[in-house]
Design a protein around this ligand. Structure first.
Ligand code: GDP
Ligand code: ZN
Length: 320
């Protein structure tokens, strides 16, 4: 069975001991090799590091092994099967903006995803130039709330992609670069907040030409999801980069358990054990709920408790 290469990072192919001049030294980055995948391997995802061998006679490669993953973001597909979205991601950049107004519920959702996947979150407030025009949400206050919970954030402004050369209009990019240097990063956030603009501004043109494209398509299935791995250093794929994947945009959490969700609310998790009833659902009218007591005491934010309840309900209402 031939599977297309899922934007994996190739480690050196195995050297045949009696091959005096291994042909793979001729391989150049950006060459695309279709690979058979050993059947005992897990389903691969963008960011996976694999060991592979290539057969110059057939033109096919074979993926022999997958390096143990440092993190894994998965999501259920439409057949409710858990599919890996990206492996070895170090940082999930949660991008939001003054316009369209920030959605704290979405930020909380991605924070839960980070905790579950073992990925560090970084809040990126893009379009900082529009802070004066914000409407409805106090974005600075929101950042202060997350800072109090221990989450780091960066403020950025990027101009439209066409004007990227005009660096006068860019702000915060150097700081963002310092956070993500040598790391594998994924950008998440609602449409229109500037994810594509940020990705374009962060990557040198040379890197963008090395579009390592992954198409996971199956016969009889009409959807094709394309993930791209855009390396910061096109000559060394292990020096980090950006995984651009549609899989993170509409991210369901049905596969998470109530415990998974509550541990994603760092300030609420330690309190949850103090509820009067062990299986407290933490809704507003739950008797003896330690979370709502903490809200009443002004120790935690009401909207965080509400979001926790909403996400738990979403996880409980499985579509299957
Ligand atoms: P995406 O949907 O998250 O990928 O967002 P895009 O990158 O497509 O950006 C949406 C729109 O916002 C585009 O018209 C961009 O030119 C604009 N945009 C992106 N970054 C900024 C910024 O920092 N400031 C302002 N004012 N506009 C921006
Ligand atoms: Zn409770």
């Amino acid at each position: 069975q031939v599977t297309s290469l899922p934007a994996v990072i190739p480690v050196q192919p195995e050297i045949a001991p009696d091959d005096p001049e291994p042909f793979w030294q001729e391989l150049t980055l950006g060459d695309i090799w279709r690979c058979h995948v050993r059947t005992n391997l897990p389903m691969l995802a963008a960011g996976d590091q694999v060991r592979w061998s290539a057969d110059p006679n057939t033109g096919f490669g074979r993926i022999e092994s997958v390096k143990p993953r440092t993190s894994l973001i998965s999501r259920p597909d439409r057949y409710h099967k858990l599919k890996p979205v990206a492996a070895n991601v170090d940082i999930l950049a949660i991008v939001f903006a003054p316009l369209p107004a920030a959605a704290p519920t979405l930020i909380d959702r991605y924070l839960v995803v980070c905790h579950h996947a073992g990925v560090k979150p970084l809040l990126v407030l893009n379009k900082a130039d529009l802070l004066a025009q914000e409407n409805g949400v106090d974005t600075n206050e929101l950042l202060a709330q997350y800072a109090a919970l221990g989450y780091e954030s960066v403020l950025t402004s990027v101009d439209c992609p066409e004007n990227v050369a005009d660096s006068d209009k860019q702000e915060g990019l150097d700081e963002l670069k310092r956070y993500i240097d040598k790391k594998l990063v994924i950008f998440a956030g609602q449409s229109g907040v500037g994810k594509s603009s940020l990705i374009n501004a962060l990557l040198p043109e040379s890197a963008q030409s090395v579009n390592i494209i992954s198409e996971n398509s199956k016969l009889g299935q009409h959807t094709t999801t394309t993930s791209r791995l855009l390396p910061f250093n096109p000559d060394d794929l292990t020096q980090g980069g950006i995984v651009d994947t549609p899989g993170i945009r509409e991210y369901g959490i049905w596969h998470l358990t109530p415990d998974d969700i509550i541990s994603g609310f760092v300030e609420l998790a330690p309190l949850a054990g103090d509820c009067q009833f062990r299986d407290c659902r933490h809704t507003h009218n739950s008797k003896g709920c330690a979370l709502w007591q903490a809200v009443a005491d002004g120790v935690v934010l009401q909207r965080r408790v509400e979001n926790l309840v909403t996400l738990r309900e979403e996880a409980d209402t499985k579509p299957y």
